[in-house]
Ligand binder design. Structure first.
Ligand SMILES: Nc1ncnc2c1ncn2[C@@H]1O[C@H](COP(=O)(O)OP(=O)(O)O)[C@@H](O)[C@H]1O
Ligand SMILES: [Mg+2]
Length: 227
């Protein structure tokens, strides 16, 4: 079998807390394979965002190892980790994190230009993705001129435009009304069916239940959810 897209092996993390060490993740094991749709639910403060940051190499674990497509992160420096992240991962946050002074098209083209693509090619690919997520009519708008749902669609296009192996989403619909959220959920499930792996942290149990692999983070431990 080919390498997992993301492999997380016995990951622990401790933070300094008033002179003490507070362990937030207590030994997380998770392998994500091509085409997986992983959902993680769990109470606020249970460690979900911290885990996503570690999987993305944004935060280093105190113990354990994360590998992306077979490359272990711990021997890499910050620049090497950033390169690996830019090549293979995409991110969607609760708040869109789009750059306010740029249009939707420019926001989506940006990651490709950072990866060295010409502006013309990057804009063509961005246009394609914006059409695919159904905001092709809003490409010249800045984020402030878009609705919440449209902004998240643009953020999804930006996450997918580099053709990442895996998208990590942290409460991507936490800020949307339920019917807009449901449309965005459907979009992510469709994109997963086209081959991109997803790891989604969500409070929405119905959405979490659409995943092919379901987990709950309970006080820094990842438990499988069945049924
Ligand atoms: N850099 C940090 N320093 C100290 N404590 C942190 C840091 N990052 C997260 N924590 C703590 O880790 C716990 C889990 O946080 P988080 O992963 O954001 O939870 P969740 O996303 O599940 O709500 C919280 O108690 C939080 O305060
Ligand atoms: Mg969080």
């Amino acid at each position: 079998m080919s390498n997992p897209v993301i492999a997380c092996d016995a990951v622990k993390i401790r933070f300094a807390d008033a002179g003490d060490q507070l362990e937030v993740l207590h030994g997380i094991n998770l392998d994500v394979h091509t085409g997986d749709f992983v959902s993680i639910v769990g109470n606020s403060g249970s460690g979900k965002s911290t885990l996503l940051h570690i999987l993305a190499g944004l935060e280093q674990p105190s113990e354990g190892e994360v590998s992306i497509l077979g490359t272990a992160l711990s021997p890499l420096n910050k620049t090497q980790r950033a390169l690996l992240r830019r090549q293979h991962l995409g991110f969607i946050y609760q708040l869109h994190h789009l750059l306010p002074e740029f249009t939707a098209l420019e926001n989506v083209a940006m990651p490709l230009m950072l990866n060295g693509m010409t502006r013309k090619q990057a804009c063509e690919a961005a246009q394609h993705w914006l059409e695919k997520v159904k905001v092709g009519h809003r490409v010249k708008h800045r984020p402030s001129a878009l609705s919440g749902g449209e902004r998240q669609r643009v953020a999804i296009a930006r996450a997918l435009v580099t053709n990442p192996a895996c998208v990590l989403a942290d409460e991507p619909t936490g800020n949307l009304d339920s019917s807009t959220a449901a449309q965005i959920h459907e979009l992510m499930v469709d994109l997963n069916e086209s081959g991109t792996s997803f790891i989604v942290v969500t409070h929405d149990r119905l959405f979490a239940d659409m995943a092919t692999r379901r987990y709950e983070m309970i006080d820094g431990r990842l438990e499988s959810r069945h049924g």
